[in-house]
Design a protein. Structure first.
Length: 191
């Protein structure tokens, strides 16, 4: 609504004729008519005087959309806040799920972890000298012997141990023990 229409509306609401309003404004009736027809507009001082006569704000007189702009701004601020609240909740949910997932994976791996390696060994005494015999396997494949170690070069040479023939470390150590005892050694010392 242009200012002329607002002046006309307010003049009629206040039961004033164009002459009566012109007299209060110290202008001619024709000036009021031109304002109401939208041919001209009151200046700032005249607008202030009109707002006092009609007992309205300048914003109401000029039909300033600032009030609507403020209402729109407040409404959009509320929407933005709701969006941020939803995003905060989503972030909390995502972080919580990630923490639970990482915790689950960590503790599952921790409590079900297989040993990295296993070993079985004995110590034997032969001719007053102590010898060690040890078989090791990887944790993922406990039945496959990965390595056999001894500091007894004689037994190693005589037995010519082939670790691929054994599917159990205990059997290998038992064979070594039987041989060492058969040549006069004592293998009661466990590692």
């Amino acid at each position: 609504m242009i200012i002329g229409n607002k002046i006309l509306e307010l003049r009629k609401l206040n039961n004033l004729s164009q002459e009566q309003l012109a007299e209060k404004m110290n202008v001619t009736r024709q000036t009021i008519s031109k304002w109401e027809l939208g041919e001209t507009s009151p200046d700032l001082e005249q607008s202030k005087k009109l707002s006092k006569i009609f007992n309205v704000s300048l914003d109401d007189l000029t039909n300033n959309e600032i009030k609507n702009a403020i209402i729109k701004k407040v409404d959009s601020t509320k929407v933005v806040r709701k969006i941020f609240d939803i995003l905060k909740i989503l972030c909390i949910v995502v972080i919580t799920v990630m923490i639970v997932l990482v915790g689950y994976l960590y503790f599952t791996e921790y409590f079900t972890a297989r040993p990295v390696s296993q070993s079985v060994g004995i110590r034997c005494v032969r001719n007053g000298t102590e010898y060690k015999y040890e078989a090791t396997s990887k944790g993922e494949t406990p039945n496959i012997i990965e390595n056999f170690y001894t500091n007894d070069k004689e037994v190693e040479k005589v037995l010519n141990i082939d670790i691929t023939k054994y599917n159990d470390m205990g059997n290998l150590i038992e064979d070594v023990k039987s041989y060492v005892e058969s040549i006069g050694g004592n293998c009661d010392l466990r590692e």
